[in-house]
Ligand binder design. Structure first.
Ligand SMILES: Nc1nc2c(ncn2[C@@H]2O[C@H](COP(=O)(O)OP(=O)(O)OP(=O)(O)O)[C@@H](O)[C@H]2O)c(=O)[nH]1
Ligand SMILES: [Mg+2]
Ligand SMILES: [Zn+2]
Length: 343
């Protein structure tokens, strides 16, 4: 099956364009309008997608994409003629069209998963870690708003999250009031690198961006007092330069993080379980009620938390269901003679 992670392989409408007029750039802002592309000379240009590029496919440039643009002097607007192969991409199941993938960002080095320390949602964190691990990027869990928690809560949260993150992700405790904590986060985004910030609305992503940037570049809003929910303040995706470091992508808070072809991400994010599974009697053990199951044995011995196994099985089922649905949708498309997704 083709993965959207490799799906963008030199998609191009350049055949109809003289390559001499094409310029390399990167998508640095994405809002409801046209993508903003920064060219190598620093100039920023609003671009539309060339018709030939998007014809018959739902392909669109995402934040971080390396693109080639056509700035013909007689054209009304610059055009993205080519999206270069993505080195890395963050992909979730499209919440609207569930048999499709949606790419949220491309070509980053690090993913920072933000959670308010005092309001940890472990199920959500586990899911985000699977998606993050699937990209192959370095992963950092940012436990935000630590100033709102007691020392005891900080210690407990660290322990819980370290257990989940294992050695697949670094964990940082952050607070607006603690400059040293921001320095620790900055160290994860050295010059020349790009980090993407993900997490629910209101967890403090834009606040982190501002602290990293050393200026109020992104708007922030207090969470609703009644239920503590965020207000979806950030609606655009933007790449912001970090003072003395690389770049950070501020993203709108996303609710749904449905898995999409995340088998490797599952294996990495749940390496505690996949390591144990090596010792199961049957190679295809589902860790349900098979004899000789080393994973169940670990739960019974108390060395693996039952909730951890439950999460793993739930996410694995979700991933398998998605793959079946996608395969089915592909079959239907092929039968109807629709053009298949390019590989
Ligand atoms: N006490 C405290 N409040 C914080 C901290 N970081 C952020 N906040 C507050 O949390 C609220 C939400 O922060 P934002 O940065 O807007 O959250 P966001 O994740 O960007 O939210 P969306 O853009 O809606 O996705 C703001 O009122 C911030 O001032 C912190 O370290 N301590
Ligand atoms: Mg924000
Ligand atoms: Zn087993």
């Amino acid at each position: 099956m083709t993965s959207p992670k490799q799906a963008v392989s030199s998609h191009s409408s350049a055949a109809s364009t003289s390559s001499a007029t094409l310029q390399d750039g990167m998508v640095v802002q994405l809002d409801r309008g046209f993508p903003l592309v920064r060219l190598e000379n620093g100039e920023e240009v609003r671009c539309k997608h060339a018709t030939a590029l998007v014809k018959g496919e739902k392909l669109r440039a995402v934040i971080g994409d390396h693109v080639r643009i056509d700035q013909a002097p007689d054209a009304d607007m610059a055009q993205i003629a080519e999206i270069l192969p993505r080195q890395r991409s963050l992909v979730r199941r499209d919440p609207a069209e569930r048999s499709q993938a949606q790419t949220l960002a491309a070509n980053f080095d690090t993913i920072i998963v933000a959670h308010p320390l005092a309001e940890l949602n472990l199920n959500r964190l586990e899911r985000e870690l699977v998606l993050a691990c699937e990209t192959g990027a370095a992963v950092v869990v940012a436990l935000t708003k630590a100033d709102l928690a007691s020392e005891d809560e900080v210690r407990k949260a660290m322990e819980t999250v370290r257990n989940i993150a294992g050695n697949t992700a670094s964990v940082e405790v952050l607070s607006e009031t603690d400059a040293a904590s921001i320095e620790a986060l900055r160290a994860h985004v050295p010059a020349g690198s790009i980090a993407v910030l993900i997490g629910r609305s209101g967890v403090g992503k834009s606040s982190l961006v501002n602290m990293l940037a050393g200026a109020e570049v992104q708007a922030t809003t207090p969470v609703r007092e009644t239920d503590g929910k965020g207000r979806h303040t950030t609606v655009n995706r933007a790449i912001v330069p970090i003072k003395g470091g690389g770049f950070v992508v501020d993203m709108p808070g996303v609710r749904g993080m449905g898995l999409w072809e995340a088998e490797e991400g599952l294996a990495t994010a749940f390496s505690d379980i996949t390591d144990l599974a090596q010792e199961c009697k049957f190679r295809d053990c589902k860790h349900l009620d098979e004899p000789g199951c080393a994973v169940r044995a670990a739960v019974e011995a108390g060395s693996l938390h039952p909730a951890r196994l439950e999460s793993y099985l739930r996410l694995q089922k979700e991933n398998a269901d998605q793959q079946l649905k996608t395969a089915e949708a592909e079959r239907i498309r092929a039968r109807k003679g629709h053009p298949r997704r390019r590989s």
